[in-house]
Write a protein that binds this ligand. Structure first.
Ligand code: 5GP
Ligand code: MN
Length: 335
């Protein structure tokens, strides 16, 4: 690890133009880690751009200098040029280039820059020049803390803005500190973040007290579609494109729905499906050793983590539900 920290420090100290990239439908960890690294590189005098495949959710716009985040859907010409000119491209919070969507992936596959991965998903691609990959870390933000602390301990790298960004990613990816990826060290690092003096209560309010009445209406549809199978250990629900239109909701309004099925007593695996551009996107959540990463890989062209994974189904909601109901028993461990 020490050698890798040295390589990273040298790379950062000797180069000028940096690009930070993250995954499609960016979440708090994706945007939090990207902006934290942006602030760090800016603070030491570097040129930095932050690029993601598409727009970020409304409730992350409070983050310091959020406006530097550029979605490829809007700024493809500018970003293509910037990515081609970059000396170093950081890949944050994703393990395979395909997570950056078709258009941005095509540009990234072609860049001449050194590629540095900082990520906590399993099975990372091997194409990076330098890779910090740790699937035991609760979030890319926690891992980025370790990386910056390891490589730049000689300077005072942790500012209030960086702390607020890292805290956001840690909170959102750890289910507000509840998942088993949270270790005593995680809290010790968070204590150092809080020492910088940002307003953590406000962060939680921005993140979670942001429901609209439209979203509540969509939630009632999702809850009325919810079914429990396999003697109550598996739950599944869905939302159609018509439901979005009928309630006046946007795609990102389903954020958080995937966790709700798992809060039913006795449920150990839950799936939440939604129609998107003629495909079905599915989020899987599980508890304990029930592994939805392997399951999503096998049946739904996806992956992720043991307890939180996603995938895509090419067909109708009814067909996706059918495949799920026929196969999900494979992911349920029998006691
Ligand atoms: P979500 O359900 O919130 O979209 O994703 C849960 C986790 O699974 C995230 O960590 C995400 O990175 C991962 N994930 C979601 N969709 C996919 C996918 O299609 N392929 C892979 N490899 N991982 C995914
Ligand atoms: Mn993450």
């Amino acid at each position: 690890m020490e050698e890798k920290f040295k390589s990273l420090r040298k790379l950062i100290e000797t180069k000028t133009n940096f690009a930070i990239t993250t995954h499609i439908n960016p979440d708090g960890d994706a945007i939090g880690s990207s902006l934290a690294l942006y602030h760090f590189l800016k603070n030491i005098g570097k040129q930095v751009i932050v690029a993601g495949p598409n727009d970020a959710p409304e409730n992350l716009r409070f983050l310091p200098e959020f406006e530097v985040y550029q979605p490829f859907t809007e700024y493809s010409d500018n970003l293509t040029r910037a990515l081609k000119n970059a000396d170093v491209v950081f890949a944050l919070d994703f393990n395979t280039l395909s997570r950056t969507g078709e258009a941005m992936k095509a540009v990234l596959a072609d860049v001449t820059a050194s590629k540095v991965l900082i990520d906590h998903h399993l099975q990372p691609d091997q194409e990076f020049n330098l890779a910090f990959s740790d699937s035991t870390s609760c979030s890319t933000c926690e891992l980025l803390f370790d990386v910056l602390d390891g490589a730049f301990s000689h300077i005072n790298w942790l500012t209030k803005d960086i702390a607020e960004c890292l805290y956001t990613g840690i909170v959102t990816d750890s289910g507000s500190f509840r998942f088993d990826t949270v270790k005593p060290e995680t809290h010790r690092k968070v204590a150092r973040l809080l020492d910088t003096g940002f307003n953590h209560t406000a962060v939680h309010e921005y993140l979670y007290d942001s429901n609209s009445l439209e979203r509540f209406k969509l939630m009632t549809i999702m809850l009325s579609n919810l079914r429990v199978i396999l003697d109550g250990v598996v739950s599944v629900s869905y939302i159609t494109e018509c439901d979005l239109q009928a309630t006046g909701c946007r795609r990102e309004d389903v954020e958080g729905f995937s966790n709700m099925g798992l809060s039913l007593k006795g449920v150990v695996i839950s799936a939440f499906m939604r129609e998107e551009d003629g495909k079905i996107r599915i989020s899987f959540r599980s508890k304990g050793d029930h592994d939805v990463n392997l399951y999503a890989r096998k049946y739904f062209n996806g992956g992720g983590h043991k307890n939180a994974a996603g995938g895509t189904f090419y067909g109708s909601v009814a067909e996706a539900l059918q495949l799920f109901e026929q196969t999900v028993h494979e992911a349920v461990l029998t006691r």
